[in-house]
Design a protein. Structure first.
Lengths: 261, 291
C-alpha cells in the first residue's frame, strides 16, 4: 500500500452500496521532470456509481487512475481511498501468456493465498460471469482481443472489488466487440454494484455506461465539466438511439471541444 | 559465432515451412515438402563429396594425397575399423561428459547471476562488466591461471567450458527477467506481491524462452570449450580434442577428418536437443511474432 494515499479506516469491512469508496480533493500531480499532468481534481465516488472520464489524448486520464490506485501517487491535494481491494483493468488484457485462461483468472486469488480448491471455485464463477465457460484451458494466444479482455475482466472480478478502475479497456477492440463488452460490463455493474472510474476516448461509450461523466482538459488535465446521466440501469443498447442520449452526448462533446480552445 | 548464425538461419526458415505445411494438408504435399527440405542439402553434400574426390585424385599428386584422403578412405579407416572407431567413440563420450557438466554448471551460475542482477540496478551494474570481461578475454590468456588453480585434469576442461558458455545464458536470462509487461508488475504491486512472488509468477516464466535461446548458443559453445580445453589440459582420459592433436602429430588425416565429423555431430546433437526441449516447454503458449 502506498503511503501517500490515505486509506481511511473502515475496520476491515467493505463499503456498502451508496457509501463513498474514493475521493479526490484538489489532487494534482507533477512528475519529477517538472511536467504537470493533473491539476486540482476533486470528486467523490460512491459504491454503485459509474464515473466515466473523457478527454483528449495525453491529458492525464491514465495518470488520474494511477493516482486513484496509489500506483503513481499524487503530489498535491488529497486522495482518500476507503478500500484496499480494487480492480484495475488495463488498456491491454495484460495476461500471462504461459498460463491458460483458468490459471490466468486464478492469479489474484493465488497472490491472496487462497487454497487450490477456493481458487478454482472463484475462477470458475468469474469465467462464467464473463461468458468464457468452455475456454478454461485455452492459452491467450488462441483467443481474440475481445476474449482476452474478458479474461482480464474475469481476473479482476475474482477478488470482488468494491472499486474498479478501467483504463480504456476496450479502446483496441472493434466496434461490435466493444458494444457487446459494454453491455456485459453494464450487466456486471448492475449486479455487483461496485464503484467505477472508466477512462475512454469514446463519448458514446462514456455516456452509455456512466452515471456521471467528467470531461478533462488537455495537459495539465483538470475537470472542465461534469454531467449527470439520468438513464436508469440496466440500460439497453437501444438507449444509444434515444434522442435524450444523443442530446447529452452532444453536450459532452461540446464541453470536450471547448476544453481544447 | 557460427552457432548464432546457424540458429538464425534455422529460425528464418522454420515459420515459412510451417506455414506451407499448414496450408497444404494431405500426405502427398507433406512428402513433397519433406523432399524439398532434404533435397537441397543432399545435393550440396553430393557436390561437396565430389569436390573432395576431385582434389584428392586430380589436384594432389599421389605422394601428397595424405593431405586430403578421399572420402571412402576416411569412412573406411575412421568409421569401419573397429579399433579406430572404439578409440573415437570413447573420446566422444569423454568430451560429451565434459561439455554436459560444463553446460550444466554454466546454466546454474548464469541463471543465478541473472536473477541476482534482475533484483536491482546496482547489482547489475556491479556484476555485468565482469561478465563481459569473462566473455571477451581469450581463453588462451587464462589457461596458465586455470592450470595453476585446477591442474591439468578434467576440472580444468570443465572450467574452460563454463567460462566460454556462461555469457549467453546470463544475457538471455536477464533479458527475459527484465522484459515483463510493466502493467503486470503494477498488478502485482496492487496485490502487495513481494520479490519472490514477482520472480516466480512473472519473471522466471517470462524468461523461459530466452533462457533456451541462450542455452542453445551456450550448448554449442560448451562443446567447443570441451574440445579446445583439451589442447591445453591433457591429463585423464583423452577426448576428441586430444585425439585430433594425436592424429595431427601422426599425419593421419583420414582419422583427423573422421574425428572432426564426430565433433560436428556432437555439436549438432547438443544444439538440437536443447532446442527441442525448449520448444516442447514453450510451444503451447509462446508466440513468435511474424516476420
Amino acid at each position: 500500500m502506498n503511503a501517500h494515499v490515505e486509506t481511511a479506516a473502515l475496520h476491515g469491512r467493505t463499503p456498502d452500496p451508496g457509501e463513498e469508496v474514493l475521493a479526490f480533493r484538489g489532487a494534482g500531480k507533477v512528475f519529477p521532470d517538472g511536467t504537470e499532468a493533473v491539476r486540482d481534481v476533486s470528486f467523490s465516488l460512491r459504491r454503485g456509481e459509474f464515473l466515466s472520464v473523457v478527454g483528449p489524448s495525453g491529458c492525464g486520464k491514465s495518470t488520474l487512475l494511477r493516482m486513484a490506485s496509489g500506483l503513481g501517487p499524487h503530489t498535491s491535494g488529497e486522495v482518500v481511498r476507503h478500500v484496499d481491494n480494487l480492480g484495475y483493468v488495463f488498456q491491454d488484457a495484460t495476461l500471462l501468456p504461459w498460463r491458460t485462461v483458468r490459471r490466468n483468472v486464478e492469479l489474484l486469488a493465488e497472490l491472496e493465498g487462497l487454497s487450490r480448491d477456493e481458487r478454482r471455485a472463484v475462477a470458475q464463477e468469474a469465467i462464467s460471469l464473463v461468458g468464457l465457460s468452455g475456454f478454461e484451458n485455452h492459452y491467450p494466444k488462441a483467443l481474440s482481443g475481445g476474449m482476452r479482455m474478458r479474461v482480464s475482466l474475469a481476473r479482476s472480478l475474482t477478488t470482488k472489488p468494491p472499486l474498479f478502475l478501467f483504463d480504456e479497456p476496450f479502446g483496441a477492440l472493434d466496434e461490435i466487440t466493444r458494444g457487446t463488452l459494454n453491455e456485459e460490463l453494464m450487466r456486471l455493474f448492475d449486479s455487483e454494484q461496485f464503484g467505477a472510474i472508466f477512462i475512454t476516448h469514446s463519448i458514446n461509450e462514456a455516456v452509455y455506461l456512466a452515471s456521471r461523466v467528467l470531461v478533462m482538459s488537455p495537459r495539465p488535465g483538470w475537470i472542465v465539466a461534469g454531467f449527470d446521466v439520468p438513464f436508469p440501469y440496466p440500460r439497453s443498447p437501444e438507449l444509444r438511439f434515444d434522442p435524450a442520449f444523443a442530446q447529452l452526448a452532444g453536450e459532452v462533446s461540446q464541453a470536450l471541444r471547448k476544453s481544447h480552445q | 559465432m557460427s552457432n548464432e548464425a546457424l540458429s538464425g538461419r534455422e529460425e528464418t526458415l522454420d515459420p515459412v515451412v510451417r506455414d506451407r505445411v499448414s496450408r497444404q494438408s494431405g500426405v502427398l504435399p507433406r512428402a513433397k515438402h519433406l523432399l524439398w527440405t532434404l533435397l537441397p542439402p543432399l545435393v550440396f553434400f553430393g557436390l561437396f563429396v565430389g569436390f573432395l574426390y576431385l582434389v584428392s585424385y586430380v589436384f594432389l599428386t599421389p605422394e601428397r594425397q595424405f593431405l586430403l584422403p578421399p572420402p571412402h578412405e576416411v569412412v573406411d579407416s575412421g568409421l569401419l575399423n573397429g579399433r579406430n572407431l572404439r578409440e573415437q567413440l570413447d573420446a566422444l563420450w569423454d568430451t560429451t561428459q565434459v561439455a554436459a557438466i560444463g553446460l550444466a554448471i554454466a546454466f546454474a551460475i548464469g541463471s543465478l547471476l541473472a536473477i541476482l542482477m534482475s533484483q536491482a540496478k546496482w547489482i547489475e551494474r556491479s556484476l555485468y562488466p565482469y561478465a563481459v570481461i569473462v566473455q571477451v578475454t581469450p581463453i588462451l590468456a587464462i589457461v596458465p591461471l586455470i592450470a595453476l588453480w585446477f591442474g591439468y585434469d578434467i576440472q580444468a576442461r570443465v572450467v574452460v567450458c563454463v567460462l566460454i558458455s556462461v555469457f549467453p545464458i546470463i544475457t538471455n536470462t536477464l533479458f527475459g527477467l527484465l522484459t515483463v509487461d510493466s502493467n503486470l508488475h503494477d498488478l502485482l504491486t496492487l496485490h502487495r506481491a513481494g520479490r519472490l512472488k514477482r520472480l516466480f509468477k512473472l519473471q522466471l516464466p517470462n524468461a523461459v524462452p530466452g533462457i533456451f535461446i541462450g542455452l542453445r548458443v551456450s550448448a554449442g559453445l560448451s562443446v567447443i570449450g570441451a574440445i579446445v580445453g583439451e589442447f591445453f589440459f591433457r591429463q585423464g582420459t583423452p577426448g576428441l580434442g586430444r585425439l585430433l592433436d594425436l592424429y595431427r602429430a601422426r599425419l593421419q588425416s583420414d582419422l583427423l577428418m573422421s574425428t572432426l565429423l564426430f565433433c560436428c555431430l556432437l555439436g549438432i546433437a547438443v544444439f538440437t536437443i536443447v532446442g527441442f526441449v525448449g520448444r516442447m516447454l514453450t510451444r503451447s503458449w509462446f508466440e513468435e511474432s511474424g516476420r
